[in-house]
Design a protein around this ligand. Structure first.
Ligand code: NAD
Length: 300
């Protein structure tokens, strides 16, 4: 294997220790404990497992976490009413509505109910707009984690070619912006590929940094990668595996076996971007708590 592993789990552990120390210091000085409110609607097992991971991370970091579980047949009004209450709850500095929401609920309406100063996912139009204008805001957690990981590993982005596969609001679009903005971890020349792209490999082979967020296993194979490239695999896909205790295993969007023979750097799945996403959520919640304590503005 040629590629060096970008060990998101280890990096996340290091950053979480720093966050826990800052949270303890904030509490000592101001009496404010960072608090995260989580809304989970329905019983999708993947969502339930993400929420459990976020709650564990909160308690490990000394945060206060309140989680509300609503039945799958809840109405949009039920969810909006709950979020409105969380907006007014001084113990809660960050609010997270676990997506996807059941079909009868308009996700955008729910997101837009969250106060921008409690929007620790960075999904509200105010935060997205501020991000695009390079103003202080809460950055979306997965894209922020990706850029920070590249910086932590000393992988240069400035002047290099970055290709993003995926144009979703939560990963593709914002990571493309962070990679292109004139800031540390940015200043790359960015190409965004999506389902309308013909001949995907023509673009991926030019990438010094390749971010894959397609949500489909085997989207990228070794023959599609430039030798020495940094490959960031964002995908989390469940594939049936009778030999696994749960009956499935998690794989990314990248064929790890063939890509790791060619790439210079690669993130594993699991243990790559996932732990960093949760860590950036903790970071944003801490910044929101500092803001509530009158200390800081959330930072880009
Ligand atoms: P999405 O389904 O909203 O978007 C997928 C995007 O990929 C679309 O824009 C589509 O145009 C593009 N795409 C799909 N197949 C393609 C192909 N063959 N060629 C080119 N483009 C293609 O997904 P999302 O919410 O952005 O998530 C993407 C993946 O990342 C999923 O597997 C998701 O579970 C995972 N994810 C992981 C984390 C984490 O913390 N690790 C966070 C968010 C999402």
């Amino acid at each position: 294997m040629a590629a060096r592993i970008l060990d998101g789990k280890a990096v996340a552990a290091e950053w979480r220790r720093e966050i826990a120390a800052e949270a303890a210091e904030l509490e000592r000085r101001t009496g404010v404990t960072p608090g995260l409110g989580v809304v989970l609607v329905g019983d999708d097992p993947a969502s339930a497992s993400y929420v459990a991971g976020k709650e564990r991370a909160c308690s490990d970091s000394g945060f206060f976490a309140l989680d509300w579980r609503l039945p799958a047949d809840s109405t949009q009004a039920d969810v909006i009413e709950l979020i409105s209450r969380m907006n007014g709850d001084p113990r809660i500095h960050g609010i997270l509505a676990q997506l996807p929401l059941p079909r009868q609920i308009d996700e955008q309406a729910v997101i837009e109910t969250i106060l921008p100063e409690k929007d620790v996912d960075g999904f509200t139009p105010v935060n997205v707009g501020r991000m695009l204008l390079d103003l202080p805001c809460f950055l979306p957690c997965t894209p922020h984690g990706i850029v920070r990981l590249l910086m932590h590993a000393g992988i240069a982005t400035s002047g290099r070619s970055a290709v993003v596969i995926g144009r979703s609001n939560i990963v593709g679009k914002p990571v493309a912006h962070l990679l292109m903005r004139k800031a540390p971890g940015g200043n790359a020349t960015v190409t965004v590929c999506h389902t309308g792209t013909s001949d995907l490999a023509r673009f991926t082979r030019e990438a010094d940094i390749l971010v894959v967020a397609a949500g489909k296993p085997m989207t990228v194979t070794g023959d599609m990668v430039k030798p020495g490239a940094a490959v960031i695999d964002v995908g989390v896909n469940r594939v049936a595996d009778a030999s696994a205790a749960k009956g499935f295993r998690l794989v990314g969007d990248v064929d790890f076996h063939s890509v790791s023979q060619v790439a210079g750097w690669i993130t594993p799945v699991p243990g790559g971007i996932g732990p960093l996403t949760i860590t950036m959520l903790l970071r944003n919640t801490l910044e929101a708590a500092k803001l509530a304590a009158g200390q800081h503005h959330p930072t880009v």
